[in-house]
Each structure stands twice: as C-alpha cells, then as structure tokens.
Design a protein around this ligand. Sequence first.
Ligand code: ADP
Ligand code: MG
Length: 323
Amino acid sequence: ATMPPLLSAIANAGRHGVLVKSAVVMERLGQVDGVALDKTGTLTEGTPRVTDLRPLTGFGPTDDGLTGSGIAGSGLTTDGLTTDGLTADGLLALAAAAEHPSEHPLARAIVDAARTRGLALATAENFASAPGIGVTATVDGRTVAVGAPARLLNRTGGAVAARAAAVAAELETGGRTAVLVEVDGVPVGVLGIADRLRPDAAATVTALTALTGTAPVLLTGDNPRAAARLAAEVGITDVRAGLLPQDKVTAVQEQERAGRKVLVLGDGVNDAPALAAAHTGVAMGRAGSDLALETADAVIVRDELATVPVVVALSRRARSFVV
Ligand code: ADP
Ligand code: MG
C-alpha cells in the first residue's frame, strides 16, 4: 500500500528532527493561524550564563579582591559592594546550593557558575520550586529563596529591598534576567544572567507570520525590560511579560476564544499548562523539561526553531491530499 499522506508527513517531519506524536497532530499543525512563543529556552538558547554578582548586605568598599570591573579572570562583574560576611562567591555558592535540585535553565546557569569557580555547595533541604517565580530551600539551617525580584520583593520591604530593586532594574535594562537571593526573607544579593538568542529566531518569527497570517506573541515569565529588548531583536511587537504559568494559559485561551487556533511553542515546566491548553503544543526537545515534552503534541528534537514553519507547511501539503 502507498503510505497515507499524513503518515508520510510524519516520517518527513521526523527527518527534519520533529517528533509528531500522532496523525491527528500532524493534521492539526496545518490548521494553526496564531503562534505564542516562550522566551527563555525557546527563542533563546536556554544556556544562560551568570554575568553579574551583586552582594547587597554591605555598602562599603571591600578588600576581598572585588572591584568594579569584576573578579580577576572570571568574566564576572560586580559593583564592588560587599559584604558582612557575604562575598560575591558566597552569594553565588548560596544561590547554587538552593538551586541545585532545580532543572530550570537559570538554576543550571547558577550551579555551573559556582562549579566553574570551584565553590563547594552546601546541601539543600526542603527544596520547593514555584514555576515562574523561583525556588526555596533550607541551606545551613536558613531559608534561602532565589527567584524573580518582582515576585519576591513584593513580600519584603525597607531600604535593602529598595536597593535590591534598583540593582535588579539596572541589570534588566541591560537585557539581563535579574535573580534575587534572600536569606530568611532578607535580600542579600542579585545575580545578573544573560542568554543568547537562537540564530534562527528572527527568521522563524518572519516565516510563521507569513504562514499563519498573524504576528506571533511572546509569552514570558521574565521581566518586561529584558523581554522587550529581546522581542525587538526578533521582530515581535506583542509582548506579555511577568506571566505565571496560568497567565500563559489565559493568554492562549483569549486568542482561542477570538477564533484563533494557536500553536504554543515552549520548553519549560512553566509552559506545560499552556502547551496543554493550546490547539497545538510544540516543545523544544533538547533542553526541554520532561513535563513539557510529555504534554506537547510534537517535539522539536534538535531544537531547530526553523523546523516549526517547515512542519506546518508539511501538514498543509498532506492535508491537501486528504479529503
Ligand atoms: P520563561 O517564560 O521566559 O521561560 P520562566 O517562567 O521559566 O521564564 O521564569 C520566569 C521568571 O521566574 C524567571 O525570569 C526568573 O525570574 C524566575 N524563576 C523561575 N524559576 C527560577 C529558578 N529556578 N531560579 C531563579 N529564578 C527563577
Ligand atoms: Mg522557557
């Protein structure tokens, strides 16, 4: 027998490195007329690096080798503010200890930076993660929280919090993701983290706009400043930032209520509810979370964004053979 068109399309998608989970999905891919994209790990490579270490607890100049231009040879910058016992390395080690159990790309960046600097990590207990917010854990008997400044600082107040917010805003304006570290509810420092845009991000946005007839929207849990900067680089104008996982679902449902069939493309645990709610959910395979890969209808196995418009086109071609 000749291969039915949708099955040959699945085989073809496989050759492009896209795992389409069923013939129904292969058919639905060609129906989409709207696209919602996640930022971190989807439009960006998802291998962010720690670029800045800003301990907060002390405000004077220090003698621990930190300068405004950074820690010698590390490629990391600080503004020379430390300590009261917490050095730049101390801040990094504390954040890494709490983040160690997390599979979030920001957590991996923090743990990798600590490893690269040869820091010993304390064991974390009572680890808990809140998707789109951050993590908490008990380290050396103290409660350490690491996550989005805008979320964590809501719960704090005072001069140190104001200083933390100012440092975070400065880093974010520079296109960084700022990550706040708190000990027992008190901000002790801010990390700056930066990620690279995938090389095929802008071309994929253009191709998806042409194919679906609508411009993709960016749905991200990251801060509005970093989100706007990246969106401008890929040609996206509709940006929704600071979203919790459920907010991504709401954004998708809004579009679907307006009659759109939305393709959601994401990689994280925080994207799983939106991937499930979407007309068609597609996950980034290489570094995507297990939950995203299991929830999605299709998986971009080798993380090549440019294969998304390719499979939409394959579906349309196959469907034109199916009556
Ligand atoms: P995106 O939607 O861009 O993939 P996420 O929803 O995964 O981003 O994360 C949104 C924000 O939540 C991050 O920018 C960060 O501020 C915070 N966050 C989430 N998880 C963590 C974590 N493990 N460590 C630090 N910050 C985190
Ligand atoms: Mg993501």
